[in-house]
Ligand binder design. Structure first.
Ligand SMILES: C[S@@+](CC[C@H](N)C(=O)[O-])C[C@H]1O[C@@H](n2cnc3c(N)ncnc32)[C@H](O)[C@@H]1O
Length: 338
């Protein structure tokens, strides 16, 4: 038995609907014209800030859409079922993750997110911020691993930014293993948005055509369109399952169901790793009220996320050896074994 981790901090005041600030924010968001105005403001601010930092937001959106639209059918699994909570408005998109705008702006939004981790470093390039963010995540997973990783699933892969970083780390890790004949690496992404998966395929094709792939080819084995809580994938067949920035998009019941599914997919001794917003982060706890309002207007399950005791949920799903590590000023990684 591993000792239980000390409890995380309670939700930030701005998240808690019972706190006067949280209550006020919820009341403002309940006024439809005001909510729409906030959505619009949030979007404008996000795009303007990103373009100011060198992310070609609108240009890249058009480029991706043109290339991804023909791949929609190949990215859609007609048998996938979409839970009602997934259809909520997210990130200032009325159709949440199920639309082209969300899919074709996800790469840019993910790079902007990485830049926001280090707000003081105004010269930091988006790709360097992304590398630093992912490098810290994978370094935090490493101590829970023993031996080579062969089959890996990235749940909530979106357009593959985290999946590709995972691939680079896995390839590098495999090279460092003292094996003459390393087993072939099988990395898979899974998401419930066919539009996101179509964009992931475009991004992968771009990568395969790049010089990086010429020296280190390791294509993603499969892009699965399925719900994370009912993947339909083979039980006990994965060495590592990752959930990068997914849990804050889930109601608590869904998080519990997804963790149970991850436990089902992992072989005994396999590892699950979650990275997401850190309830103990001072930067998050002290967000200025206007920013907090914008954030809350775009993340419907944030309060549920911050209220959930994730280490306890991991144990309840059948995991042990839960470790928690703050990996940057905003995020923490939880790692546990099956
Ligand atoms: C913030 S994005 C994750 C970003 C990506 N993992 C990364 O590291 O850059 C969250 C993703 O989780 C996916 N997602 C949310 N709920 C899901 C569910 N129940 N099943 C599958 N995917 C889900 C969304 O479609 C979205 O692409």
């Amino acid at each position: 038995m591993t000792p239980a981790l000390p409890a995380s901090s309670p939700p930030p005041n701005w998240v808690e609907s019972g706190h006067p600030l949280g209550w006020l924010i919820n009341r403002l968001l309940a006024v439809e014209p005001l909510r729409q105005l906030l959505f619009w403001q949030a979007r404008r601010l996000i795009i303007r800030t990103a373009e100011g930092r060198g992310i070609a937001w609108r240009q890249r959106r058009e480029q991706l859409r043109l290339a991804a639209e023909p791949l929609l059918a190949a990215s859609t699994n007609p048998a996938a079922t979409t839970p009602a909570y997934y259809r909520a408005r997210f990130h200032a998109y009325e159709q949440g993750n199920l639309c082209w705008a969300a899919a074709c702006e996800a790469e840019q939004a993910t790079d902007s997110m990485a830049l926001r981790v280090w707000p003081q470093e105004s010269d930091l390039a988006p790709e360097l911020a992304q590398q630093r963010l992912r490098g810290a995540i994978f370094a935090a997973i490493e101590p829970s691993l023993s031996g080579p990783l062969q089959r890996v699933l990235d749940i909530g892969c979106s357009v593959g930014v985290g999946t590709f970083a995972l691939r680079d780390w896995l390839v590098q890790r495999q090279r460092q293993q003292p094996l003459d004949q390393p087993a072939p690496l099988q990395l898979e992404g899974l998401d419930l948005s066919p539009e996101m998966l179509a964009v992931a395929r475009v991004r992968e094709a771009e990568w395969l055509a790049s010089t990086a792939a010429a020296t280190s080819p390791a294509p993603i084995h499969a892009w699965h369109h399925a719900a994370a809580e009912a993947t339909g994938l083979e039980a006990g067949s994965y060495d590592l399952v990752t959930l990068q920035f997914v849990c804050h998009e889930l109601p608590q019941a869904a998080t519990r169901a997804v963790l149970a599914e991850a436990a089902r997919l992992l072989r005994p001794g396999g590892v699950v790793a979650l990275v997401d917003q850190d309830p103990d982060s001072e930067l998050i706890r002290r967000l200025p009220a206007p920013i907090a309002t914008l954030l809350k207007s775009t993340e419907p399950y944030l309060e549920e996320y911050f209220r959930l005791d994730l280490p306890a949920a991991l144990v309840a799903a059948g995991f042990h050896g839960v470790r928690r590590e703050a990996v940057d000023p905003r995020h923490r990684v939880l790692v546990a074994s099956r």
